[in-house]
Design a protein around this ligand. Structure first.
Ligand code: AMP
Length: 736
């Protein structure tokens, strides 16, 4: 062995993410140190300055260590060293702290001694044994580059399975979101982007053919995930997904469901605790997320994902990209659509068109085929289900009806498996599973993987090692799951999707046999039971020509190309949920009905209910529930400086106009005298405040809609207060 002189040791490992590293080697690290395999051993007491880097060059561990003991010097066992941490830099300390917070074996203040490497031969300190751990010696991958000091040094590998690090600190300093200095240019190529709940996909039409743009790692999609890594850097896509298990607190996924919603809206309040990251309120009251010491709006989160997509597009197309067609779920309300536009702008992309996902999927299916068909787009993604029936006539794509369930997606399938696993655990171990959020996330992750495998195979083993401790003994979760069992657990969820298809057909008095083709999109539509039930209901198999992950982005790119070429593709969408106003008693009065063909315009007339009423307020909602508070609150129109007069004599006409992109515009005019009406936008009231106002008779009962709006009077209304947000943006545009 060498002398006790201090040495440097740098190891670069063939892993892209912390999680990959931990999955393979995590159990060889503890709060106190690390076990490294090495043929070039140093004697106990030697100081080693250790740098462990990931494949990308990102530093994983920067530590001063001292050799505590060695193994394998006596002709048996594996040759290696236990290095005790003496000093760690800040990021490494956080990484180790979070590891120790979750994994039972990591909570020792000494380097761990893996069982299969043999006993420690000589020790500077005592070596406590750790949980039994089988270490296959053959599976050690070679380091990409190792220091000259000890080229064969590697941590000993683990068997399969995952080890987790609890995301901890709120104190991590996160970078501020950089707002682009200029507005995006409307020149150059237009890409199509499917900004998905789980994954995003981008496509571009080159020489007449749509091409899917690959992620940096070569996949056809980019996970819609943003994370703050241990070094205080924001990462997007696969690297972010890589730390989802190891640092869930600082990893934002599924944020699409929160976009464009007020923090205290019923939906956000209902779902915020399902996320492992912190959902909080932004300055304007919208839902936002906290990462480390910063709060990011959902528009900023989406913008960072879009920026990644933009960057990979620029590399693959070979020129600057500043324009996009972006898809949104058909059921997105006005706030959410406006939020997506804003996200595009923040990403340096001019959003040429917002298009509904099912319409884009239909474009991918029908474009260039001169079809005359009625199709059902069945979109079962990670978080939501969407069904739309469309008529295709050559270049005209007309949505006849749309429907869906915003709380039905792949996640519900995962949850059904998790519930079964926990039940099984209790049966086998005689006590309820006790685990924190991170343990639950590990089980959910394993359940999802098993679910995907069962789309191809009929049986799979689900093994999550060291998931909990009972009587100081670490326990695994180990279950064989069959497709048959999965069908038993989730059949009712698939039945719900078929029921929605039926409702959508009923809305147009159509029968399943009136549908020529069924187009399946969304990852969860790969489940064989979906295909079976579709076949049984529609009496025909689903179309084979459409890729469930790529269809929406491809459709968006086709639309983008047709905008550039002015080809005259005509998309006629429908309003997914009614838009209307709140009326006394807390009820909702629809002004534009659900499934109305777009664009559309309807008027709504309000009259004063008191003599000399000075001010009038109208609350606007979107949804299909009879009570206003159960619908999405879009905003409040305040009309002040009304002319004096007896009650009922002052009449204000509001015109609701929904564009072909399903964006709402409202114009307001005082009718009786033609006098100028000033419009004051209230701050965003919470649903509770709105409800209170409604109960206090803040909004008068409306009269039925009357004649169409004439040209607004000259010098009409002015905007007295400017606020950001969808509703306020359109009003600003109209009245300033
Ligand atoms: P998407 O939002 O379209 O990306 O769909 C993501 C959902 O599809 C997730 O819940 C995945 O678990 C699920 N998924 C992806 N691939 C499969 C598969 N092969 N079988 C079943 N579900 C899948």
């Amino acid at each position: 062995m060498d002398s006790k002189q201090a040495v440097g040791l740098a190891v670069k490992l063939p892993f892209n993410t912390q999680e990959e590293f931990i999955n393979s080697y995590g159990q060889n690290i503890s709060r106190g140190g690390i076990y490294l395999r090495s043929k070039a051993l140093k004697p106990p007491g030697t100081t080693i300055k250790l740098d462990i880097k990931l494949q990308s060059g990102e530093m994983l561990l920067h530590a001063t260590t001292v050799v505590a003991w060695v193994t394998g010097t006596k002709g048996q066992g594996v040759s290696g060293m236990g290095l005790k941490f003496v000093k760690l830099d800040e990021a490494s300390q956080k990484f180790i702290d979070s590891l120790a917070a979750t994994v039972p074996h990591a909570q020792i203040d000494e380097p761990p001694l893996p069982k299969n490497v043999g006993p420690a031969d000589s020790a500077a300190d005592a070596v406590p044994p750790i949980a039994p751990l089988a270490v296959p010696t053959s599976a050690t991958p070679a380091p990409v580059a190792a220091a000259a000091v000890a080229p064969s040094v590697m941590p000993a590998p683990l068997p399969s399975g995952r080890v987790l690090v609890a995301g901890s600190s709120q104190q991590v300093s996160a970078p501020a979101f950089e707002v682009p200095k200029e507005e995006p240019k409307r020149t150059g190529p237009i890409i199509g982007i499917d900004l998905g709940t789980t994954n995003s996909c981008a496509a571009f039409v080159k020489a007449g053919r749509p091409q899917v743009l690959n992620s940096r790692e070569g996949y056809n999609t980019v996970p819609s995930i943003l994370a703050l890594n241990a070094r205080g850097k924001l990462v997007v896509g696969h690297p972010a997904k890589g730390q989802m298990l190891t640092n869930p607190r600082l990893t934002v996924y599924g944020a699409k469901r929160l976009v464009g919603r007020a923090f205290d809206s019923p939906v956000v309040q209902q779902i915020k605790d399902r996320f492992h990251y912190e959902v909080c309120a932004a300055e304007n009251g919208d839902a936002a997320v906290r990462l480390g010491d910063k709060v990011y709006t959902l528009q900023q989160v989406a913008a960072l994902i879009l920026r990644e997509v933009k960057d990979i597009a620029q590399v693959q197309i070979g020129e600057p990209v500043s324009r996009a067609v972006i898809t949104v779920p058909a059921y997105y309300n006005d706030n959410q659509r406006q939020a997506v536009r804003e996200s595009g702008r923040l990403a340096g992309l001019y959003v040429e068109r917002i298009v509904n996902e099912p319409t884009a999927a239909a474009l991918a299916y029908g474009y260039g085929r001169k079809l005359s068909q009625r199709v059902m787009v069945y979109d079962l993604g990670g978080g939501t289900f969407d069904a739309s029936v469309l008529e295709l006539n050559d270049n005209v794509y007309e949505v006849l009806a749309t429907g869906g369930d915003t709380f039905l997606g792949g996640l519900d399938f995962d949850n059904a498996i998790v519930a079964y696993l926990l039940e099984d655990f209790e049966k086998k171990n005689g006590s309820k599973f006790q685990g924190d959020r991170v343990a639950m996330q590990r089980i959910t992750d394993a359940a999802e993987r098993a679910k995907c495998i069962l789309s191809e195979r009929t049986e799979t083993r689900l093994h999550v090692p060291f998931i909990t401790m009972i009587d100081n003994k670490p326990l695994d979760l180990d279950v064989v799951l069959t497709r048959e069992k999965l069908i038993e657990l989730t059949g009712a969820l698939v039945d719900r999707t078929i029921k929605v298809c039926q409702e959508v057909l009923d809305a147009r008095k159509l029968k399943p046999s009136d549908v020529n083709e069924v187009i399946l999109v969304g990852g969860q539509s790969r489940f064989p039971l979906v295909h079976e039930r579709i076949q049984a209901y529609f009496k025909k198999p689903a179309a084979k020509s459409v890729h469930p992950d790529e269809a929406v982005a491809v459709g968006a790119s086709i639309l983008a190309n047709s905008l550039l070429k002015n080809e005259g593709v005509l998309l006629i969408d429908v309003l997914p949920m009614a838009i209307g106003v709140g009326v006394p008693g807390g009820r909702f009065r629809p002004i534009i009905e659900r499934n109305s063909a777009l664009p559309t315009k309807k008027d709504h007339v309000h009259a004063t209910t008191r003599d000399d009423q000075h001010e009038l307020e109208v609350t606007v909602f979107q949804g299909d529930n009879p009570y206003a508070q159960d619908n999405e609150y879009l905003g409040t129109v305040k009309l002040s400086d009304l002319p004096k007069g007896p009650k009922g004599s002052v009449i204000v006409k509001l015109s609701f106009e929904v564009t072909n992109e399903c964006l709402l515009k409202v114009t307001a005019r005082e009718q009786s005298t033609g006098k100028e009406v000033s419009v004051v936008l209230s701050t965003r009231d919470t649903p509770a405040e709105v409800k209170k106002k409604l109960e206090e008779d803040g909004a008068p009962e409306s009269k039925p809609a009357t004649e169409a709006v004439a040209v607004p009077s000259a010098g009409a209304v002015r905007s007295a207060e400017k606020k950001s947000g969808g509703f306020f943006n359109w009003l600003r545009g109209l009245f300033s």
